[in-house]
Design a protein around this ligand. Sequence first.
Ligand SMILES: Cc1cc2nc3c(=O)[nH]c(=O)nc-3n(C[C@H](O)[C@H](O)[C@H](O)COP(=O)(O)O)c2cc1C
Length: 205
Amino acid sequence: MIVPRQKIVAFTGNTRRPSRSLNLAALIARRIQAHLDADYRHLDVLDAGPGLGAALTRKQLTPEALAVVEAVEEADILVAVSPVYKGSYTGLFKHLFDFVDMDALIGRPVVIGATGGGPRHSLVVEHQMRPLFGFFSALTIPTAVYAEDASFQDDEVADPAILARVEAAAVQCAELARAVGPRRQRGEGAAAPVEQTGRVIPLKS
Ligand SMILES: Cc1cc2nc3c(=O)[nH]c(=O)nc-3n(C[C@H](O)[C@H](O)[C@H](O)COP(=O)(O)O)c2cc1C
């Protein structure tokens, strides 16, 4: 059986470029690729354009914004990184995920990360990012990556401790992605076992 190459999609909540968040996500994706044969595509809030913020329903999304939502929904592996704004992910980062189908990320490996001005909000990855992907029944990688301004040189991660966390997250992600495999194509039949176990175990009355 031919197993298709997995698709890594990085989505970042930066509202400007160049962006430390974008660079951190790109680094994580490249390190995953060092351990797993996978394609990689990067999208950010700017790719979605002004049509993202203006939309209140999925039908109102512009084609560019919808394309970003669909790319996230079709990812085999998601790398999700946001700058910290006011102690959390950016509003537009969350707004994008508000349009993502609630079943699209079940059982999908997700590396979470954030960048901030200082160390004070480092737990944003645990207190905001991880619960968001818990909602989606995604498989967040145990090692999350937070990098502050002082961790970067010329907008690239330079702190050896952060680079070590990136590597740990990438190795964990590659191992999990190998075990889980790529997502089944739409309409291809039953979901993979991990997807079947993902959501809504009805409570016995
Ligand atoms: C509107 C705004 C709010 C911010 N709020 C925080 C914050 O609450 N905590 C923090 O550590 N950094 C905060 N920052 C700093 C950014 O998170 C930080 O510079 C980040 O690395 C920028 O990422 P980017 O290069 O991807 O845009 C804020 C920056 C902006 C523009």
